[in-house]
Write a protein that binds this ligand. Structure first.
Ligand code: SF4
Length: 75
């Protein structure tokens, strides 16, 4: 099951929680400090990774990280 990651860099305040929690998937722009998603689609996404992504989403102080699994995308 793939998981899609979207970061709203316009909302990002460069707090760095995402890159600290999951540096394999999130980085910060050297100049602006805003978030960069290193891999917008991860497949297969293990339950461990999905839990970690949820932690990132919940830790972001401005709710700039969205994650969606294929399951959530189907009506
Ligand atoms: S945790 Fe949120 S505010 Fe902080 S760098 Fe990541 S996206 Fe930006």
């Amino acid at each position: 099951m793939p998981v899609h990651i979207k970061a709203h860099s316009d909302r990002c305040i460069g707090a760095g929680q995402c890159a600290r929690i999951l540096p394999a998937l999130f980085d910060q722009n050297d100049a602006t400090g805003t978030v960069t998603v290193l891999d917008a689609t991860v497949e297969p996404a293990t339950p461990t990774l999905i839990a970690k992504l949820a932690e990132v989403r919940d830790a972001c102080p401005v709710a700039a990280i969205d994650i969606a699994t294929a399951q959530e995308e189907t009506p």
